[in-house]
Design a protein. Structure first.
Length: 340
């Protein structure tokens, strides 16, 4: 039904308008009696063998929603009813910001991909906290945190600390996002020394609390092997919980879509990222001797894609672009394939 009816209608709209229209429709539907139960019955596949305990948290299944889809924690309960084992909100910044100018989201249909240059548009961390306090589901929540555009890199740690402290009581794990290509100079924070300082500051604050939350690092697929070696060293030295591999890519290699779309600035996600994302996962897993968990994300459009990531060394996986192209049935299809 999704591919035959709903997706063609949504794809008549611009990508960003389709996104917000979908949110409005889903929120309306879930206010109707029996709709949440219907969604759970259709999409919420459960099986004891799907449970995974990773960095001290028990996930009911290994299929999560990547950050960027529900930046402001608006649809957490609704997404939980669609069968996700965890939902990652954000990227959140201390202050609300509008992001980059529109248009900033583009479908590359021939490649089953998306280019985005959203620029960390969000309502600010405090708004998300209030929404999370009111949620009804117990789905595990990741808090993906970043810095405001106007904050210089030398003060970036302050922004990450604000988000960390605000979200601490309402999320289950944290993700440090230094890998988005859409905030000026943000990826410079992936360099060894500034990254180590940022992660160590957050981890020190984490360890100073009576209880700790897992902190993960989200990395770009565009890193070289030597940079990945640095990532492994930093994760082991700072003792953060793990890595999310990978964010969007700035590469445009081998795309089939209209050249004017391909030329749009921003991060590319979807099928073209699948192979490189898996390579990064395998490299990190092998070179680190599986010394930390990896969440695999990038180009997962089928159960086979998900299994590929897990075999490469991922403990959990996340969907985003595949969820948009394939629809909510993808979550259950992956979980059913894992049980088989």
């Amino acid at each position: 039904m999704y591919k035959l009816l709903i997706r063609p209608l949504l794809f008549q709209l611009t990508a960003e308008k389709a996104h917000y229209t979908t949110f409005s429709i889903v929120r309306f539907l879930f206010k109707l009696p029996f709709v949440p139960a219907i969604f759970k019955a259709i999409y919420g596949y459960e099986h004891p063998s799907l449970a995974r305990t990773v960095f001290g948290l028990t996930f009911k299944n290994p299929v999560g929603l990547a950050a960027g889809f529900d930046k402001n924690a608006v649809l957490v309960d609704e997404l939980a009813a669609m069968g996700f084992g965890f939902v990652e909100i954000g990227t959140l910044t201390p202050k609300a910001q509008p992001g980059n100018d529109q248009p900033r989201l583009f479908r590359l249909k021939e490649d089953q991909a998306i280019i985005n240059r959203m620029g960390f548009n969000n309502d600010g961390v405090k708004d998300a906290v209030e929404r999370l306090k009111q949620r009804n589901s117990n789905v595990l929540i990741g808090g993906n945190i970043g810095k405001n555009k106007v904050t210089p890199n030398e003060n970036a740690v302050d922004d990450y600390m604000i988000c960390f402290n605000e979200l601490f009581d309402v999320v289950d794990y944290f993700v440090v996002n230094v890998s988005s290509p859409n905030t000026p100079n943000l990826r410079a924070l992936q360099e060894k020394e500034p990254l180590k300082q940022l992660l160590q500051t957050l981890q020190d604050a984490n360890m100073a609390r009576p209880t700790q939350k897992p902190i993960l690092l989200k990395i770009a697929p565009d890193l070289t092997d030597s940079q990945l070696d640095d990532i492994i060293e930093i994760v082991q030295e700072t003792k953060i919980a793990g890595v999310i591999a990978t964010n969007t890519t700035i590469s445009r290699e081998g795309l089939l879509s209209d050249p004017s779309l391909v030329a749009e600035m921003g991060g590319l996600s979807g099928k073209p990222v699948r192979e490189r994302s898996t390579e990064v996962i395998r490299y990190l897993s092998t070179k680190s001797n599986q010394s930390f968990p990896i969440i695999g994300v990038g180009g997962i459009h089928s159960p086979a894609d998900a299994i590929e990531k897990l075999k490469a060394g991922a403990s959990l996986i996340q969907l985003y672009t595949g969820f948009i192209y394939e629809g909510p049935s993808l979550v259950g299809d992956i979980n059913k394939a894992l049980v088989k």
